[in-house]
Design a protein around this ligand. Structure first.
Ligand code: PBG
Length: 304
């Protein structure tokens, strides 16, 4: 009579790609997660696939960052190299790429800066360029996480023009300006050098606005819509599921992972049970797909 079931099939596992060779550096605030060079991340991708997880999402940590985040759309960038290597070694694994500027800009913001502010429209061009360069390298799907207005349309148009009409878009549609991203910014070295992301990410107090954001992204061509973070936003996941007929993804973000890991390490909670309960709640709320750093551990339990 159980109403909700989890499967490794539901998971998307995030991977952090860095420059160099033979690099596998644990992220201190995210035990069990690593910054890895292309060779290491390719091996890791193979392990992920062997656990029955169908898909990974790639984030890049480039060697050099600059004002315009040029590493984001460099044909020889870390993510572009990783896509080619993974598709070569594990062709059945679905490779999704995070499309954003913050990992590549020296100021750590998700767009181009002018007079201390993020410029929406000039950023769209760069995001489209980044998405096309990922598709050219062989990405199966692109996932814009920047929250600029109009970026799904800009990316869809650019992909279609370049002959990638079949590459779908999973948009971070309802993405909140959340403190739960803290550990990720360690992982991706993308903490904004000034200000915060509140001019482009959503106010945690807003529920109905999420439906507006999602509707806009679907209108612009999003194939899958995402709510992020997941745990403090289960109501939003449920609303989105009830209101739209597209697959819904939820991002169980870094801070949600680190909380459980820290309390588990201290012996304050039963880490495994809490992990499974959280993932089940996200699925129960309406997520078809869950991006989670727990994907491997949870799959090991589910596969037993
Ligand atoms: C990039 C991006 C972020 C995350 C995913 N893509 C960070 C942010 O917006 O600051 C967060 C993921 C996580 O916390 O696990 N914009």
């Amino acid at each position: 009579m159980r109403e909700t079931s989890l499967s490794p099939d539901n998971f998307i596992y995030p991977l952090f790609v860095t420059f160099g060779k033979g690099v596998k550096k644990e992220i201190s605030s995210m035990p069990g997660c690593y910054q890895e060079s292309v060779d290491a991340v390719t091996k890791h991708a193979k392990e992920v696939f062997s656990l029955g997880i169908p898909s990974v999402i790639l984030f890049g940590i480039p060697e050099h960052k600059d004002e315009s985040g040029s590493g984001a759309y460099d044909e020889h960038g870390v993510v572009q190299k990783a896509i080619r290597a993974i598709k070569n070694k594990v062709p059945e694994l679905v490779v999704i790429t995070d499309v954003c500027m913050c990992e590549y800009t020296s100021h750590g913001h998700c767009g181009i800066i002018k007079n201390g502010d993020v410029q929406n429209d000039p950023t769209l061009e760069l995001l489209a360029k980044e998405a096309v360069s990922h598709a050219k390298a062989g990405a199966d799907m692109v996932a814009p996480s920047d929250m600029m207005d109009g970026r799904v349309d800009a990316i869809r148009t650019a992909l279609d023009e370049e002959g990638f009409a079949e590459v779908p878009i999973m948009s971070y549609a309802a993405k909140y300006a959340s403190a739960f991203y803290g550990p990720f910014r360690d992982a991706a070295e993308s903490t904004p050098q000034f200000g915060d992301r509140r001019s482009y990410q959503m106010d945690p107090a807003n529920r109905r606005e999420a439906l507006k954001e999602v509707a806009l992204d679907i209108e612009e061509g999003a194939d899958i819509v995402m709510v992020k973070p997941a745990l403090a936003y289960l109501d939003v996941i449920s609303d989105v599921k009830a209101s739209f007929d597209v697959p819904v993804a939820a991002y169980n973000v870094s801070g949600e992972y680190s909380l459980v890991k820290a309390a588990g390490k201290l012996g304050w909670i039963d880490e495994q049970r809490v992990m499974m309960e959280i993932l089940t709640s996200i699925k129960r709320a309406g997520a078809d797909l869950i991006l989670t750093y727990f994907a491997k551990e949870a799959s090991k339990i589910l596969n037993k």
